[in-house]
Design a binder for this molecule. Structure first.
Ligand SMILES: CC(=O)SCCNC(=O)CCNC(=O)[C@H](O)C(C)(C)COP(=O)(O)OP(=O)(O)OC[C@H]1O[C@@H](n2cnc3c(N)ncnc32)[C@H](O)[C@@H]1OP(=O)(O)O
Ligand SMILES: CC(C)C(=O)C(=O)O
Ligand SMILES: [Mg+2]
Length: 526
């Protein structure tokens, strides 16, 4: 597959997008995602190695624990800017400054709401007072560090002229980054694009600051909005691993980075992220927060590079570009997986068996495939072990002279248990009914009635081939006959069917052995 990422000489600074990760701040704000001090340090180190430009490590005024984490991350981070969040008050800003002080490069990120609804009800402040507080807070932050970000909280629901007034004053007071967040995930791409374009055109000193996007996913448009903001002239994206964050979350870092890489023709921007670390980052954050990653999550979901449909699997085997737009290795996934299931076809089935080392003849393959489809109809997940059991059975059953046609068992608290069994013995179908002390005993008594024999059951064992309540049961039996032991195994999602097949497998072996010594009909009869 050809990469559309620009070569180094194509990259220009004007197309460079700063990746600002807020997994440890906005990400941690969602209910249940709290991380321990150690987990935060590990995640920060991983983000730094991965090439994140700015790590928002926490909200130092929130708690002593948050302060300590930001402070320790500031001490340890080698490359990235370490950022702390603060409200507009002096106490918040000073505490934040203290937390980031050890950082090689530290940033204070101060925010204040500017939308009518937030100013009136939440802050209970007049717009002029909010405007004054923007100036005083940015000035105070700027006294601590040269790197100050100011955010107009609820920016997308802010009255345009007031937004421009606050942005201009924040830049004048020393803000080097201006973030216009879509705090409640309300915007749509065209509108967000337009907002950045117009603010940058209308604010006279807009060229003195880098503009930033910060999108929430309440309407599922966080990534699309972020990219629209970049098209509108922003050059920093605030995002989180796995898209965790307030309510429906923030824009997902992995989606943004891969969108820029895979569709660089339409999104001609670049960043510094080592994409091969994306999967590892996703797993680490998922483990730390105990938030599972949804199976169909773009880039890092377990199905992102998995195919179950036969038509897709066939296409993938012929050329991966038929159904994959990026190489799994690019995001740190070892390889595409062809998952065997009820939608799989022959191409994938044969490929899978070959991978597992099986070479079956055409008829055996066809029989095995029919049985695989029947199994897949009954069982949710088909594992390699299931296929192994199925094919092993197919290979040994090919020459069986006694075949199970059907089995019905009545079991439960009101015994005796009763089994009805139909067998095909050398082409003749026979039916019998028997009772037993338990369902397995009833099944074996049926077999004894249908195929009278001297063999003694020495061993009967059951275990699950795989996990889950729909797992196949694998039954092993050992039959002693004329001084020799015959072991046989069979698997089926129904334990009683597996038991019957395993027992019959043992009998077939005995019949086969006899057939070598005497004519077939005599052997079968005995
Ligand atoms: C959009 C965002 O993500 S904003 C970040 C949200 N994150 C968090 O809130 C997580 C951390 N928060 C906390 O630990 C606590 O809320 C604290 C420590 C910050 C504050 O706690 P408390 O002092 O008990 O206040 P509480 O949280 O109940 O209320 C927030 C107060 O901050 C005010 N406030 C909200 N935003 C700002 C701001 N940007 N600048 C100044 N004041 C603000 C509110 O108006 C309210 O003020 P009031 O007490 O005068 O009514
Ligand atoms: C603090 C700000 C940047 C924020 O998280 C938001 O507005 O969503
Ligand atoms: Mg946010």
């Amino acid at each position: 597959m050809t990469s559309t990422t620009p070569s180094v000489q194509d990259k220009s600074d004007k197309d460079r997008v700063i990746i600002f990760d807020t997994t440890l701040r906005d990400g941690e704000q969602c209910p249940g995602a709290t991380m321990t001090f150690e987990e935060k340090l590990e995640i920060a180190a991983m983000l730094d190695t991965m090439g994140v430009d700015v790590i928002e490590a926490g909200f130092p005024i929130a708690s002593d624990g948050d302060f300590e984490a930001v402070n320790e991350i500031a001490k340890r981070t080698k490359n990235a800017v370490v950022c702390g969040l603060s409200r507009a008050g002096q106490k918040d800003i000073d505490r934040c400054a203290e937390a980031i002080r050890p950082a090689k490069r530290g940033r204070i990120h101060s925010f204040l709401s500017t939308s009518p609804v937030h100013m009136k009800y939440k802050l209970q402040m007049e717009p002029d007072a909010v405007h004054d507080l923007v100036i005083s807070s940015v000035t105070r932050a700027r006294n601590h560090t040269d790197d100050v970000e100011w955010s107009s909280e609820d920016g997308t629901r802010t009255e345009f002229d007031f937004l421009c007034r606050c942005v201009e004053s924040a830049i004048k007071a020393g803000a080097t980054t201006i973030n216009i967040p879509d705090t409640v995930g309300y915007s749509v791409p065209e509108e967000y694009y337009d907002l950045f374009k117009r603010v940058r055109e209308n604010v006279p000193n807009s060229d003195k600051a880098i503009f930033s996007v910060h999108c929430h996913n309440d309407l599922g448009m966080a990534v699309a909005n972020s990219m629209a903001g970049i098209r509108g002239g922003a050059r920093q994206i605030e995002c989180t691993i796995n898209g965790i964050g307030e309510r429906a979350g923030n824009a997902a870092l992995e989606e943004i980075v891969m969108a820029m890489k895979v569709r660089n023709d339409k999104l001609p921007y670049w960043n510094n992220i080592d994409t091969t670390m994306l999967m590892r980052a996703s797993k680490e954050v998922s483990a730390a927060t105990s938030f599972p990653v949804q199976y169909n999550k773009a880039i890092v979901g377990r199905n992102a590079f998995a195919h179950e449909s036969g038509i897709h699997q066939d296409g993938m085997l012929k050329n991966a570009q038929t159904y994959e737009i990026m190489l799994p290795e690019t995001v740190g996934v070892k390889q595409t997986s062809l998952v065997m299931g009820k939608h799989s076809g022959r191409h994938a089935f044969i490929h899978k068996l070959e991978e597992m080392g099986y070479k079956l003849g055409q008829n055996q393959l066809e029989d095995a495939f029919v049985r695989f489809k029947a199994l897949a109809d009954r069982k949710k997940d088909i594992y390699d072990e299931d296929l192994e059991a199925l094919v092993d059975q197919e290979m040994t059953a090919a020459h069986d002279r006694i075949k199970l046609v059907s089995l019905t068992v009545i079991a439960g608290t009101h015994g005796p248990q009763r089994a009805t069994m139909k067998l095909n013995v050398d082409g003749v179908v026979k039916i019998e009914e028997a009772e037993g002390n338990g369902p397995v005993d009833a099944v074996f008594n049926c077999i004894k009635a249908l195929v009278p024999h001297e063999a003694k059951l020495e061993l009967y064992q059951v275990h699950a081939v795989t996990e889950g309540t729909d797992a196949q049961a694998e039954v092993s039996v050992r039959l002693a006959h004329e001084g020799r032991s015959m072991t046989s195994r069979a698997a089926d999602p129904d334990t009683l069917v597996a038991s019957a097949k395993a027992y019959l497998g043992g009998l077939n072996k005995i019949v086969m052995k006899r057939a070598r010594d005497m004519p077939a009909p005599v052997a079968a009869a005995s």
